[in-house]
Design a binder for this molecule. Structure first.
Ligand code: MRU
Length: 375
C-alpha cells in the first residue's frame, strides 16, 4: 500500500513490486523494453535468481530489492524442519548472492534480510511459529528496502538538480533510472527533479554497448517523462564535448569505495577521462547502499565478465566471427580524481572523498557481516 502511494505520488514506473493479493513478486521484464512492457511474475526464489542473472531486472539498487524478495519467497516456500532449515537457509542467501558480483547493493540488501530473519529465528518458541514470524519479518524488510530506495532516490534527485542550470545539456551513460532502482532513479532522478522544478535542459544518452541499456531503457524512460533527450553512440561524447555542447556528465554507480573509486557500467571511465580533458564536471549519483566502506582501492572491486555472445552480435544478429575471442567486462572503475562530486541521499560529497565519505557515510550500515561470513 505504502509503495503504491509512493509510486502514484511521483507517477513512476513500478520496477518491482510484491503483489499481496496474488502473493507473488512482479517485475518489469527489462529485456523486452522498449518494444514491450511485460510483467514477469515470480513465486519461487529460483525465478528471481534467473531474472537477475539474465538482466530481466538490473541496476544496482533494483537487484538488491529483487534479492530481498527472493529471500522472502524462499522462506514462504520452505516447509521442512528446523534441522533441514539450517542447510536450506545459507544456501538460499548464497544462491541469491552469487547472481552478480559487482553491485554492492545486492550484498547490502541480503545482509539486511539475513540479520532480520536470523534475529527472529534466534528467539524462543516452536520452530514453526518462529518461521511464520520470520516470513512476516522478511516481507516487511524487503518492502522497507524498496520504499527506502525510492526515498533515497528522491533525495539524490533534489541534491543533484541544484547543479543542473536552466538551458544546460548533460550526458548520461547506461541506465541509472527508475528501472535500475525501486523507482525514480539516481542519475535520472536528477533529471526528474530538475523537470519537476520546471527547468529546461537537454540530455544526451549514450547507447551503452553491448547491452544497450541507454537506448533500450534510458531513452524509453526519458521519453515517458517528456524529458528532452537525444540518443548517441558511445563514441560521440568526445566530439560533443570538444564542440562545447556538454556542460556536465552524470552517471549512477554499482559500488563506491571508502576512497571514492566508482564502479559503474563499462564506458563510464572513458567518459570521465573525456570530461576531465574538456574541463567538464563529472558527477556520480548514488544512495548510501552503494557505498562499500570495507574497500578503499578500486582494483579490489570484483568486475563481472559477461558472455562473449553479447559482443559478437548486435541484438540477435551476429556481427563477428562466431568463435572470435572476446573480452566483455560489464563494469569499469573511475578513480576519485576524475569525479567532481557525488550526489547522495544524505547530501553532496565533494573531494577529497576519503574525508567526505567518512564524514557522511560512517554511520550507514554496510554489507560487512555478510562478506565476513563468506570469507
Ligand atoms: O549491468 P547493469 O545494467 O546492471 O548496470 C547498471 C549500471 O551500471 C548502473 O549505472 C548502476 O547500476 C547504477 S543504477 C542506479
Amino acid at each position: 500500500m505504502v509503495f503504491k502511494a509512493l509510486l502514484q505520488a511521483v507517477n513512476m514506473i513500478p520496477t518491482i513490486n510484491y503483489n499481496t493479493q496474488l502473493e507473488l513478486v512482479e517485475l518489469i521484464d527489462q529485456t523486452r523494453l522498449p518494444l514491450e512492457k511485460s510483467i514477469l511474475r515470480c513465486t519461487h526464489e529460483d525465478e528471481i535468481v534467473q531474472a537477475i542473472k539474465t538482466m530481466q531486472i538490473r541496476g544496482a539498487p533494483a537487484i538488491g530489492v529483487a534479492a530481498a524478495y527472493g529471500v522472502f519467497l524462499g522462506l514462504q516456500r520452505f516447509n521442512g524442519s528446523e534441522k533441514t532449515f539450517s542447510a536450506f537457509w545459507p544456501g538460499l542467501v548464497d544462491m541469491l548472492a552469487s547472481t552478480r558480483p559487482t553491485a554492492v547493493n545486492l550484498f547490502w540488501a541480503l545482509d539486511r534480510m539475513r540479520q532480520t530473519v536470523e534475529t527472529i529465528l534466534h528467539t524462543q518458541g516452536k520452530f514453526i511459529e518462529r518461521l511464520a514470524m520470520a516470513r512476516q519479518g522478511a516481507l516487511k524488510e524487503a518492502q522497507a528496502i524498496q520504499n527506502e530506495d525510492i526515498a533515497m532516490c528522491r533525495a539524490i534527485g533534489r541534491y543533484g538538480a541544484e547543479f543542473l542550470k536552466d538551458g544546460q545539456t548533460w550526458i548520461t551513460h547506461c541506465n541509472a533510472g527508475a528501472l535500475a532502482t525501486a523507482g525514480y532513479g539516481t542519475a535520472l532522478g536528477v533529471f526528474r527533479a530538475a523537470q519537476e522544478q520546471g527547468k529546461k535542459f537537454r540530455v544526451f544518452v549514450d547507447e551503452t554497448r553491448p547491452l544497450l541499456q541507454g537506448s533500450r531503457l534510458t531513452a524509453w524512460e526519458l521519453r515517458e517523462e517528456n524529458i528532452d533527450a537525444t540518443l548517441i553512440c558511445d563514441n560521440v561524447a568526445g566530439s560533443l564535448m570538444a564542440n562545447g555542447k556538454i556542460q556536465a556528465v552524470v552517471v549512477g554507480a554499482d559500488r563506491i569505495t571508502a576512497h571514492g573509486y566508482v564502479a559503474n557500467k563499462i564506458g563510464t571511465y572513458p567518459l570521465a577521462v573525456l570530461a576531465s580533458f574538456h574541463n567538464i564536471p563529472f558527477y556520480v549519483a548514488a544512495p548510501a547502499s552503494t557505498f562499500d566502506l570495507k574497500l578503499t582501492l578500486g582494483r579490489r572491486i570484483a568486475i563481472e565478465e559477461r558472455d562473449p555472445g553479447e559482443v559478437r552480435s548486435f541484438g540477435a544478429r551476429p556481427t563477428a566471427p562466431f568463435d572470435m575471442p572476446v573480452f566483455n567486462p560489464a563494469f569499469d572503475v573511475t578513480p576519485p580524481e576524475l569525479v567532481s562530486a557525488i550526489f547522495t541521499n544524505v547530501g553532496v560529497l565533494k573531494p577529497p572523498f576519503s574525508a567526505s565519505i567518512r564524514e557522511k557515510m560512517a554511520r550507514i550500515p554496510t554489507q560487512a557481516a555478510f562478506t565476513a561470513r563468506k570469507a
